[in-house]
Design a protein around this ligand. Structure first.
Ligand code: PRP
Ligand code: URA
Length: 207
């Protein structure tokens, strides 16, 4: 496994444990998803470009900084929406592209039902948001679509990754970096992450 950064932060571990717990209710699940997502995005954001910006504080002139507006967020519908709100809180002006993919319950192969990306993504850093990287099929397909549209710099932010998914991304997209708050043990026969947290979309949306 390479090009993967495990975010080993005590606050992330705490919130992730609450997400994993099957007793956690929807409201609490949503709150801790936002916390973990922000920690992951903060880590991915270490490489965001900043420029100097002079400002006046109430006391004196000061040298400040601002982030270049050069990102695009791409949540993978539906579960990726859960990470969009925390990402948008940091960078509210960021354009958002959408791709809708749903895994077949028998084959675990994702089919695409929606896609809309902003223009000029070839000049942007694209942050793909999907909480679960299981087989890696959904995120890998998303990246192929983004590359068809010209994207050159792509990061993945996920909450739980399986080794199988990381290996697939490494093989199919060796140029793409993965940020995750957990690398779990394996996939079960239904291609769910073990120990994982179950079906993320169902738990987050209360379905
Ligand atoms: C889940 C999850 C990922 C995908 C991961 O979505 O949110 O997108 O599975 O699995 P993979 O790595 O094997 O492709 P799902 O298809 O259940 O749809 P949902 O987001 O609408 O719940
Ligand atoms: N999608 C989920 O929501 N959970 C898994 O464990 C695998 C795919």
């Amino acid at each position: 496994m390479h090009n993967v950064q495990l975010i080993d932060h005590p606050l992330a571990k705490h919130s992730l444990t609450i997400l994993r717990d099957k007793q956690t209710d929807t409201e609490t699940f949503r709150r801790h998803t936002a916390i973990v997502s922000q920690i992951i995005i903060m880590e991915a954001g270490r490489n965001f470009k900043i420029k100097k910006r002079h400002i006046e504080t109430p006391v004196a002139g000061a040298q400040g900084f601002e982030i270049y507006r050069s990102m695009v967020f791409v949540p993978v519908l539906r579960a990726g929406i859960s990470m969009l709100v925390p990402a948008r809180d940091f960078l509210p002006w960021t354009p958002v592209g959408f791709i809708g993919l749903e895994r077949d319950e028998e084959t675990a192969v994702a089919h695409e039902y929606y896609k809309k990306f902003p223009d000029h993504i070839e000049t942007k850093l694209v942050l793909v948001l999907d909480p679960m990287l299981a087989t890696g099929g959904s995120v890998s397909d998303t990246i192929f679509r983004l590359k068809e549209k010209g994207a050159k710099r792509i990061y993945i932010a996920c909450i739980v990754a399986a080794p199988e998914g990381i290996k697939r991304i490494n093989q199919e997209h060796p140029d793409v970096k993965i940020y995750t708050s957990a690398i779990d043990d394996h996939l079960n026969e239904k291609k769910y992450i073990v120990p994982g947290l179950g079906d993320f979309g169902d738990r987050y949306f209360g379905t």
